[in-house]
Design a protein around this ligand. Structure first.
Ligand SMILES: [Ca+2]
Length: 270
């Protein structure tokens, strides 16, 4: 009986040790990454990241490079757990995004050869976490653009001077600019000249548009719109810019159907 108890104690001790080792192993996180491409995932992905996590990854490219992130998966407890993206080493002056929640973020590109990510979680509630790919771009490359949902990308060269085109699957209408050019806006700022367009379902209406210019049409245009519609389009500009609308066609049933236009100033913190 005594021998059995000692044996059981020894087994328990081994179990505790293995458990502690596994737990400590799981909570270790963060890294310094070099190389032309790779992946970063939150600890435990996709089973969930630990509480009270504080992990920092720094991705370092070579001279005259930039770092591009493309998110494959993203789920953090909204408003409590965050992934902060820094344009360089972690510092409050160079925060470019503070990400939280369950929406897949658009791709992010640094202005220089270094980019850092910091995952912080509070004391309770986890989620799947995040998984992303990074690519080190030469300064003359715009990098691979995001492809909109239900959209198709035509073109596979993404360097300075290259053009790409987007189209939409059948049943969807393209909103925004279909052709993008990779342009140099300064010695270190080489980027696409317009945001990636959206593909809107033909039956749907309204949407949010960004970028220097674009088109808005009533559903089915130039055919007549449907009855009982209620569509809202939001056009966003950079702070300090103004927005002008130029109508090249306008026909609504007077006085029952109407288009209301309203302006507002919004301040976006991130
Ligand atoms: Ca949490």
């Amino acid at each position: 009986c005594t021998e059995f108890s000692i044996f059981t104690m020894w087994i328990n001790l081994v179990c505790v040790c293995v458990c502690v080792c596994v737990c400590v192993g799981n909570s270790s996180c963060g890294d310094t990454l070099e190389g032309s491409s790779g992946e970063v995932a939150s600890p435990g992905f996709p089973q969930g990241y630990p509480n009270k996590a504080n992990c920092t990854w720094t991705i370092i490219g070579g001279d005259r490079t930039r770092v591009q992130l493309a998110f494959l998966s993203f789920a953090l407890e909204e408003g409590f757990d965050f992934l902060v993206v820094y344009d360089g080493l972690p510092s409050t002056d160079v925060i470019v995004h503070r990400l939280t929640g369950f929406q897949l973020p658009a791709s992010i590109t640094s202005t220089g050869p270094m980019l850092s990510l910091q995952l912080t979680s509070d004391f309770a509630v986890s989620a799947q976490g995040f998984h992303l790919e990074y690519t080190v771009l030469q300064v003359y490359s715009c990098g691979s653009p995001d492809v909109p949902a239900h959209g198709l990308l035509h073109g596979s060269r993404f360097h300075l001077g290259d053009k790409i085109r987007f189209s939409c699957e059948k049943g969807y209408i393209l909103e925004g600019q279909p052709i993008l050019s990779c342009m140099a806006f300064s010695a270190t700022d080489v980027t696409w000249d317009f945001p990636v367009p959206l593909c809107r379902a033909e039956a749907a209406c309204g949407g949010t548009l960004r970028g220097p210019s674009g088109n808005i049409m009533s559903p089915n245009y130039p055919s007549p719109y449907d009855n009982s519609l209620d569509c809202t389009w939001i056009v966003l500009a950079e702070q300090g810019d103004s927005i002008s609308l130029v109508f090249d066609d306008f026909q609504l049933e007077e006085p029952y159907d109407m288009l209301e236009i309203e302006g507002a100033i919004w301040l976006l913190l991130f």
